[in-house]
Design a protein around this ligand. Sequence first.
Ligand SMILES: CC(C)(COP(=O)(O)OP(=O)(O)OC[C@H]1O[C@@H](n2cnc3c(N)ncnc32)[C@H](O)[C@@H]1OP(=O)(O)O)[C@@H](O)C(=O)NCCC(=O)NCCS
Length: 152
Amino acid sequence: MLTLRRLDPTGADREALIEFLTGHEFPFHMRPRLTRAQVEQDIDDGDYPDDEKDSYWLHHQDHGRIGIVRLEDLEDPSPVFDLRLATEHRGHGLGEASLRAITRHLFETLPNVTRFEGQTREDNIGMRTLFLRCGWLKEAHYRESWPVRRVS
Ligand SMILES: CC(C)(COP(=O)(O)OP(=O)(O)OC[C@H]1O[C@@H](n2cnc3c(N)ncnc32)[C@H](O)[C@@H]1OP(=O)(O)O)[C@@H](O)C(=O)NCCC(=O)NCCS
């Protein structure tokens, strides 16, 4: 059983969020290794909570906090997400359970949402597999979208 628990990035969850984001590598993200200074700056710049954005811990009944999800464009009918599992919880099927729980949460709590959008790199096979398994439909392939370090 997996639930979403709202995160308070500027208050009670600030330190835990910094620890999570600096304690794991995210090889398919633009900044694969975040420093404490970068995360603190993002939080202080208001990068985390407002009407348009929200973040949640992904809480597993046996494993506790397994990751985070950030939802963006929440005032649009078509929000987007950023899902990050802790390193030790990758490769165990928890990504699929997470994506299903996030999708359910979105459509059950936001009546104006008609479409949920996700993007990932072409070489993030794990994430692409999740999209397919969860019934997502590929709409576009952005060939030169933004520069990132490739994973070998
Ligand atoms: C991406 C992520 C959510 C995927 O969740 P996960 O539960 O770890 O998914 P897995 O790695 O088990 O991959 C799912 C499936 O793809 C397969 N897969 C993964 N990488 C693969 C590869 N390079 N080649 C072939 N198959 C691959 C896995 O074997 C698995 O299939 P299986 O269940 O039949 O074994 C998670 O790994 C994560 O949080 N990564 C870091 C952050 C990230 O990249 N987020 C996505 C941003 S859009």
